[in-house]
Design a protein around this ligand. Sequence first.
Ligand code: GDP
Ligand code: MG
Length: 164
Amino acid sequence: AKPIVAIVGRPNVGKSTFFNYVAGKRISIVEDTPGVTRDRIYTEVEWRGRKFTLIDTGGIEPYSENKIMQQMKRQAEMAVEMAEVIVFMVDMKDGLTASDKEVAVMLRKSGKPVILTVNKVDRVGELPAEAYEFYNLGLGDIMPISSVHGLGMGDLLDEIFKYF
Ligand code: GDP
Ligand code: MG
């Protein structure tokens, strides 16, 4: 069986955009506003002759802040159970949020490898100073990417393959 990698994170950080970029096609629905119910979506990714299955998590409905948090946790827990490696995505434009911190606590407890991925780093070059606050999550090093522009993808895929 191919190793499973799950993309986890609060709504609107760019999980589906990343998923679609890596899948090379538009499978997952990208929304400007969080809250569209989406099914879990799988794709096979091949990189440098090796393969894994990537899962995009979604399905969050904005009944209330609590509901979002609940569903996000449940979704993340399921993904964590299934996956060998977690891509935990945060958003450089929004910065570090309370929801990010909640997810990080749960992911750290899981003991699974977590790759902290900072999306929406749209410019090539030096890492913007804002990105450094994500080190406060206590998950180690960060991988900067831009899912819209396809930046940092090779480095992130190489990092994923280090774990299996
Ligand atoms: P999800 O809820 O985490 O799946 O997020 P989506 O993939 O639906 O994206 C939410 C919004 O962020 C959309 O408007 C995307 O176009 C935008 N977005 C995603 N990735 C990037 C990125 O790398 N840079 C910028 N500037 N916007 C992005
Ligand atoms: Mg999505």
